[in-house]
Design a protein around this ligand. Structure first.
Ligand code: ADP
Length: 725
């Protein structure tokens, strides 16, 4: 079916033209099937198709229809990186419409979204919008859930499952689209969702799957590709790809592996770059290396790799670096990306070849295990760029022939796993039971059970007695902690606030107990308190060499802790050690230890540090809000101050300076040391002097800011003068 034929379905010509301009002339089979099964008539669909089979277009078509009816469309994704990608795409595609992205700040109803037609959100954000009773939600005509196979994920699945159940209960007349990878029990999923199933193995480019070992790539459907014998297997594969002027993604198990393989491949690739490419990559490498005020050793390493035409990609990178790398790969500048598996779930980043170097991974508490076939499929799904390649190739690497055979049977011939509900996990139930009551979704035990009877868990097991039991226990706890009224199933003011803050009720309870019982509260105590709750987990592990230092710290600061110190033989002691380590990271950060030193001495990455700072920011905000509600006024100022210090990583004396745009912890310290300690000092110093301290560009920028501030101040005084008359 041709895209032109869309006009017959009443789709405006401009949209047809836009699709054609993107190179979409003819629908892929699953897309055509979706159209025939009532996509444009508002039918609910589950699309279980491989990566790159064009799910987004199906969503886009439904959006066009929904917008025509004057309704909003919500697009729900599991990751911020995906939200950014969809937002960028839809801002361009629906250029005369208003497209919004809403991913951060869990304590807001975002009333501004009322004015928008297309809203891209993450799962947690949409859940928090419901908790705040965002009034515009009822104007929604279409909800798209992307990557619904993540229902299977123990950490993210339960919230997604609750959210889908809530949205379907709230918006009975809206259309729902569920986009998923191909999963074995897609029928079961579609039955639960009361939706028409479109299941397909279609791929826009042919994929040849195989195994690489013993200096060859064995692709059963294509034949053998001989590799150089004088290189390691990975290098020989890379050489073959360079020879064909193509690109590849290598998947490895750990960050360290990603970095070391990227370095190795970069020294090989460098020799194959043309002069222009070298210049381009040098610029890019310098840019990536210098995204922070002072580059860390990881930044330098990435810079070195990128200058050689290769990048490593893992959760330890900074967001800006990841975006630059993805863009450069799409443009063909970078030849290889060596990634940890998170990239498989991330943005649309196709390559000619995908190489899975580590098919086994270490799972905490379980040990080393093969990755699920579902994950393998997500990875190899990236192989083949429809616009450039006629086909794509993927391979697992093996050391021996026996291993090659095992991998072949398991992954290439193997069956995908079923997905199953992970809802019966207590912290999740705690959070969501409180939310159901606090938002008046449910007002009796019966209505809570009835809600859970609509979940995927109930659909799969047919019996929710296990959940019912846990729900009753959770209700008792929530009452004991003061989040529910004693007699009625109604949330107290405190319970409502905890729900809005998107906190695990247990964390809120720990905060409240600490505030109530501690006589003396200091910064370290607070930093440790926020490091010890579930939201901060998984915590960085404690290495043997660190143990002594941490135990010393515990003994020395016994008085500072706001929660009880467990005994060494208690089960919680290990987590306690980790939380002390985490608090140490934050303390060093706000005392201006250099980022490099923190990363090195605690063995963490820049991306991890940023991620932790964001969580700490949210927890400190929540702690402040709870203290406010409990009337603990004397405590508020300290938490507010600490929150800014954690955001900026500075001592108190630098706070006036870091409020200025373009002034981070390093520049602020330089200014301070030069005697410039507040905004009024900045106004007095000539721009040339300033330039010598922080560079000419920032100096000018700062001057402009303070001058503008001055003007505003003048205006303010004029107005207040007028008011005085
Ligand atoms: P998925 O979400 O299924 O992984 P996407 O929707 O991101 O896949 O589509 C992958 C790529 O295929 C996009 O670049 C998209 O523009 C392109 N594409 C989608 N449908 C078609 C089509 N019918 N013809 C040509 N290209 C298409």
């Amino acid at each position: 079916m041709l895209v032109q034929e869309l006009e017959k379905f009443g789709v405006e010509k401009k949209y047809v033209e836009r699709l054609e301009k993107e190179g979409i002339k003819k629908f892929y089979p699953p897309q055509e099937k979706a159209l025939k099964k009532g996509l444009l008539e508002g039918k609910n669909l589950v699309l279980a198709v491989p990566t790159a089979a064009g799910k987004t277009l199906v969503a886009t078509l439904a959006m066009i229809k929904s917008l025509e009816k004057g309704k909003k469309a919500i697009y729900v994704v599991p990751l911020i990186s995906l939200a950014n990608e969809k937002y960028e795409y839809y801002t361009k595609f629906f250029k005369e419409r208003k497209v919004a992205i809403s991913v951060g700040d869990f304590d807001s109803a975002d009333p501004w979204l009322e004015r928008y037609d297309v809203i891209v959100v993450t799962v947690e954000k949409l859940d928090s919008l419901i908790r705040h009773g965002a009034p515009w939600l009822c104007q929604t005509g279409l909800v798209v859930f992307d990557e619904v196979h993540l229902l299977n994920d123990p950490s993210r699945g339960p919230t997604l499952e609750i959210l889908i159940t809530k949205m379907r209960t709230m918006l009975k007349r809206a259309q729902f689209l569920f986009l998923s990878a191909t999963i074995k029990n897609a029928e079961e999923l579609a039955e639960w969702l009361d939706a028409i199933l479109i299941k397909s193995d279609f791929r826009p480019t042919k994929l040849y799957e195989g195994i690489a070992y013993d200096s060859k790539i064995w692709l059963p459907e294509m034949g053998e590709i001989k590799l150089r014998e004088d290189l390691s297997l990975e290098e020989a594969i890379a050489f073959e790809i360079l020879k064909r002027r193509k690109q590849a993604i290598f998947f490895v198990a750990t960050r360290r592996n990603a970095e070391s393989l990227a370095l190795k491949l970069a020294s090989l690739t460098r020799k194959h770059l043309g002069r222009n490419e070298r210049e381009l990559l040098k610029k890019l490498g310098d840019e990536i290396e210098n995204v922070l005020e002072i580059p860390t050793s990881q930044c330098k390493k990435e810079g070195r790799c990128v200058r050689g035409g290769v990048a490593f990609h893992h959760a330890g990178l900074l967001g800006a670096q990841k975006r630059m790398i993805e863009k450069a790969f799409k443009r063909g500048w970078l030849k290889f990306i060596v990634a940890t598996p998170t990239l498989a779930y991330g943005v649309n980043l196709p390559a000619f070849a995908v190489i899975i170097r580590d098919a086994r991974r270490y799972y905490p508490g379980i040990g080393s295990k093969y990755i699920p076939v579902l994950e393998y499929m997500q990875m190899v799904g990236r192989a083949g760029r429809p616009a450039y390649d006629e086909y794509g190739i993927s391979m697992l690497t093996a050391k021996t022939e026996d291993e090659a055979r095992v991998l072949f049977d398991r992954f290439i011939m193997g069956e995908m796993e079923e997905i199953s509900s992970k809802l019966a996990i207590e912290p999740v139930l705690r959070m969501h039971v409180l939310a159901l009551i606090a938002t008046n979704f449910c007002n009796s035990e019966r209505s809570i059970f009835s809600f859970f009877s609509k979940t995927f868990f109930a659909h799969q097991w047919g019996d929710i007695s296990m959940i019912e039991e846990k729900v009753l226990e959770v209700i008792d706890l929530l009452r004991e902690w003061g989040f529910l009224e004693k007699k009625r199933l109604v949330a107290t003011d405190l319970g409502k606030r905890v729900c809005q803050l998107y906190l695990d009720p247990l964390s809120a309870h720990i905060f409240i107990e600490a505030l109530r019982t501690s006589k003396k509260i200091n910064d370290f105590g607070i930093l440790h308190l926020i490091s010890s709750v579930n939201e901060m987990k998984p915590l960085p592990s404690v290495r043997l060499g660190e143990l002594g230092r941490i135990e010393e710290e515990i003994a020395k600061r016994e008085e500072d802790f706001l929660i009880e110190i467990p005994e060494e033989w208690d089960l919680e002691f290990e987590d306690f050690l980790k939380s002390v380590k985490m608090a140490g990271v934050f303390e060093d950060w706000i005392n201006e230890a250099s980022e490099e030193r923190i990363l090195e001495s605690y063995n963490i990455t820049p991306g991890e540090l940023r991620g932790r700072i964001e969580i700490a920011d949210w927890l400190l905000y929540s702690l402040h809000e709870i203290a406010l509600l409990l009337g603990m006024k004397n405590f508020l100022k300290d938490v507010r101050k600490l929150r800014v210090r954690v955001q900026k990583g500075v001592k108190e004396e630098l706070l006036p300076l870091v409020r200025l745009r373009g002034v981070g912890r390093v520049r602020a310290r330089k200014l301070f040391e030069a005697g410039i300690r507040r905004v009024s000092d900045l106004k007095k110093v000539p721009v040339e002097t300033l330039a010598k301290i922080i560079g000419p560009k920032t100096a000018e920028n700062l001057k402009e800011q303070v001058e503008r501030k001055k003007k505003k101040d003048v205006q303010k005084t004029l107005w207040s003068g007028a008011a005085g008359i």
